[in-house]
Design a protein around this ligand. Structure first.
Ligand SMILES: [Zn+2]
Ligand SMILES: [Zn+2]
Ligand SMILES: [Zn+2]
Ligand SMILES: [Zn+2]
Ligand SMILES: [Zn+2]
Length: 420
């Protein structure tokens, strides 16, 4: 209830105002509490404040008149909250580092670089930043009211970088452990154990390759032909592994351990590059193509490793002595199949060999329409073999075929070694 009235005159019109409105016209109200200012006050961001109401908009700490205050968009902050909200972004993922443990570097005198510890080790291990400079979303500056929401966002991102780091680094470590085990078995002439350990290692390759296949498949849906499977690394990896296998049997050379160490180092390097390109692909799916599950779905592959390894051990024990080799050669050209192919019933065809044996129609794009004639085990199109014939052809990626060939080679090695 206003008790005082103040006369005023504007554009020749006279009237009365209550004290609040009168002081507002004179710009003598505190911007925080909206009450009259009668004593000393502070001018800032084109507003006036009671000295005791000149506070940080986030934490409400009174800012001493003599100290520096920080402002953005008409809001006032203490130094701590200003830098949390506007300055400290992680160099790896570009999210704000609010009340978080972080690693700081002086990039130069004026610029400090800050990282989530996980973002930093991910960058150091695989040279991958979670968000690239040009992928940073243009977001309006954070307002004090968004502060808590921002902290929630933070938590989600931090859990995610935690998952990326723990899963991928554990994977690298466990594949390096396989190599170390192989080396120690071979040095004790325990070749069968070495072969079994190599089987465990192949599960790592299998997991990584299927992760890469999935990412590449998803990228191709956006017409992004990054071509992860056709780079030289998978092929190099397969070669190195075959070279490793050749050392898993009694060797005329006295000591092969140095060779195994070198191959092991080469293999770790290639695995690192493959993880890098897969992770980059998954992040591109998320950041550029907005597929928000790409990284987690890639990481989920690695969680199948244990299961796959016990399955591999079980299969080793059951490996039968009769070993059929017909799957190794293409039934059409009788050459070995070392690249992507189409399979059914233990047969694998080169893509260029997958055509109708009657009308020669190329079927490799429409492989589901192929029919296998059981009598002669030849492929026909549905026009040439309309009534019967087996279907269910499956496309095998380049990487799947590498895995298949490697497992196959190891199986053969195992059979030979058990007979000796
Ligand atoms: Zn006030
Ligand atoms: Zn504050
Ligand atoms: Zn980060
Ligand atoms: Zn062929
Ligand atoms: Zn045909």
């Amino acid at each position: 209830m206003c008790i005082k009235f103040f006369p005023y005159k504007e554009d020749g019109v006279k009237g009365v105002l209550c004290e609040t409105d009168y002081l507002r016209r004179l710009d003598l109200l505190c911007a925080k509490c909206c009450c009259a200012i009668r004593g000393p006050h502070i001018n800032a961001v084109n507003k006036k404040f009671h000295v005791e109401h000149f506070t940080c908009d986030v934490c409400n700490t009174v800012l001493p008149p003599s100290s520096n205050y920080f402002q953005n968009n008409g809001n006032i902050y203490c130094q701590e909250h200003f830098s949390e909200l506007f300055v400290n972004r992680c160099s790896g993922c570009h999210t704000l580092l609010i009340r978080q443990q972080s690693i700081k570097f002086d990039k130069n005198v004026n610029l400090k670089e800050q990282w989530h510890p996980e973002c930093y080790v991910i960058y150091k291990s695989w040279n991958v930043k979670l968000v690239l400079e040009d992928e940073v979303p243009k977001e309006p500056p954070v307002e004090p009211k968004d502060f808590n929401a921002e902290i929630e966002k933070q938590k989600i991102i931090e859990e995610k970088i935690g998952r990326i780091w723990s899963i991928l680094s554990a994977f690298e470590e466990s594949s390096a452990e396989c190599m170390a085990e192989i080396l120690s078995y071979v040095s004790e002439n325990l070749y069968l154990d070495g072969i079994e350990q190599a089987g465990n290692f192949l599960c790592h390759v299998d997991v990584l390759f299927s992760g890469i296949d999935e990412i590449e498949y998803k990228l191709s849906k956006f017409n992004d032909n990054t071509g992860l499977q056709h780079t030289k690394e998978p092929k190099n990896l397969a070669r190195k592994i075959i070279a490793l296998f050749s050392l898993l049997k009694p060797n005329p050379k006295q000591d092969t351990s140095q060779e195994i160490v070198e191959i092991g180092n080469d293999i770790s390097k290639i695995i690192k590059i493959l993880i890098q390109s897969a992770l980059k692909g998954a992040l591109k799916l998320e950041n550029v193509y907005k597929d928000k599950t790409a990284v987690d779905s890639f990481l989920a592959k690695f969680l199948t490793l244990d299961e796959m390894q016990s399955e591999s051990r079980r299969q080793h024990l059951m490996t039968s002595n009769e070993y059929s080799t017909h799957s190794e050669y293409c039934p059409v050209c009788h050459k070995s199949v070392e690249e992507e192919c189409i399979k059914l019933n233990g047969f694998r065809w080169h893509l260029h060999c997958f055509y109708c044996q009657n009308c020669k129609k190329d079927l490799h794009e429409a492989y589901e329409e192929g029919r296998l004639k059981p009598k002669n085990e030849k492929v026909y199109c549905k026009n040439c073999l309309p009534t019967y014939g087996m279907s269910g052809f499956v496309y095998v990626t380049q990487l799947k075929q590498y895995t298949f060939l490697l497992k196959d080679a190891l199986k053969r090695l195992y059979i030979i070694s058990t007979k000796e």
